[in-house]
Design a protein around this ligand. Structure first.
Ligand code: ADP
Ligand code: ZN
Length: 213
């Protein structure tokens, strides 16, 4: 049986950081539609060029584009024992498309919870390595040398959409379009709530316990 996790929660709740840890622990890949889209933007693919204008404003990229990029990734060999999704699905239509693809496989949805002020603080201080994608926080997880990645020596940059006005819009989009999914998964009995604003170690531990259920 496959191990399928969906990490749900507002931008900045820690889906990426927690997901990386979970991926190592459960030995299944972490798949972030945000990362897949950013790769397409970087490589200037046709889909990437279309997606960029939505991403820069913090709007959702049209379903057709995201679903095609995601299903392509899920067809790869490393997904055969399961996978962890970060940033997908973001609306009911995406959720239904995923169900069609995974058929009868069970999913667990982990909801990482945090309030908006906490999230704005976390995101506006976030820096990422341009080279390896490692995530830093200027105050809580600063790099040893300012502006340089501890892991690979790459340059740390701020995502275009981690500027405050765009963050506020991403949160608004989340509350309007993505949070209804909580009800959807709750009704299916597959939703597990975990605090996203506590210690990383605690959060990871709780989710590993959930994976054993
Ligand atoms: P965050 O969850 O922190 O906002 P992501 O890296 O998941 O950041 O997403 C960045 C942007 O990529 C989103 O604001 C949106 O434009 C686009 N995106 C990512 N995943 C999806 C998705 N499933 N559906 C539509 N747009 C998406
Ligand atoms: Zn790096």
């Amino acid at each position: 049986m496959k191990n399928i996790f969906i990490l749900h929660g507002p931008p900045g709740a820690g889906k990426g950081t927690v997901g990386e840890r979970l991926s190592k622990n459960l030995n299944i890949p972490l798949i972030s539609t945000g990362d897949l889209l950013r790769e397409n933007v970087k490589e200037k693919t046709e889909l990437g060029l279309k997606a960029k204008k939505y991403m820069d404003k913090g709007e959702l990229v049209p379903d057709k584009i995201v679903i095609s990029i995601l299903l392509d990734r899920l067809s790869k060999d490393d997904c055969k024992n399961g996978f962890i999704l970060d940033g997908f699905p973001r609306n009911i239509s995406q959720a239904k498309n995923l169900e069609k693809y995974i058929k009868n496989e069970k999913v667990k949805v982990v909801y990482l919870e945090a309030n908006d002020d906490f999230l704005v603080n976390r995101l506006s201080n976030r820096r990422i390595c341009e080279n390896c994608g490692a995530i830093y926080h200027l105050i809580n997880i600063p790099p040893k040398v300012p502006g340089i990645c501890d892991k690979c020596g790459g340059k740390l940059i701020q995502r275009e959409d981690d500027k405050e006005e765009v963050i506020r819009n991403r949160l608004a989009v989340y509350h309007k379009l993505t949070s209804p999914l909580l009800d959807y998964y709750k009704k299916k009995g597959v939703l597990f709530g975990v605090r996203g604003d506590g210690e990383l170690e605690d959060t990871v531990k709780q989710i590993i316990e959930i994976s054993k259920l």
